[in-house]
Design a protein around this ligand. Sequence first.
Ligand SMILES: [Zn+2]
Length: 192
Amino acid sequence: MADKSRSQSTISGCGMFVAHLPAGYILSKLVIKRDAVYRRWLLGVALVCSVLPDMDLAYFYLVDQRRHAHHGYITHTPAFWLAISAVLSLGLLACRKRDWLIFVAIGLLAIFLHLIMDTVAADIRWLYPFSDRSFNLVEVPALYQPWYLNFVFHWTSWIEVAICLLAASVFGWECLRAKQGQDKYSPPPTSQ
Ligand SMILES: [Zn+2]
């Protein structure tokens, strides 16, 4: 686990590029039962929440003018999403919508998966607000320009490729099963 005090020869601020959504899809396949009542809606919430923390990129580009790494924003801290989830849960309980708590649970799970994946190569403040110390697993050396090539050429990008391939395989398998299910229940062609 790397400390946040880093040398000039390493960079931070990217985390994962493209694997968040595929990872959210794999997560949904692991935790949502096939006969779940709100299955499609749960899948939708898992996919949206798997990329939700990165919505702060709008603030990063439009307001902050790229002055601070967006992984340092409060939207990339577990405490922020725990607080939001607590408020939503209390609201649902107050409205007697206990069944809908499953949406909060799967959303929070997808967001934590996002933060765990970002922790591979970006600084995430897991202990905020108790500590401002940030954590990451791997220091990415600054060798190339533009900056994102450092992440593309680093071995951690293979984790992203593997996640994307796995998600594509699961999706393909699901489509195949669905088609086989349709063929099974469709009537045989009538002979002339
Ligand atoms: Zn992120």
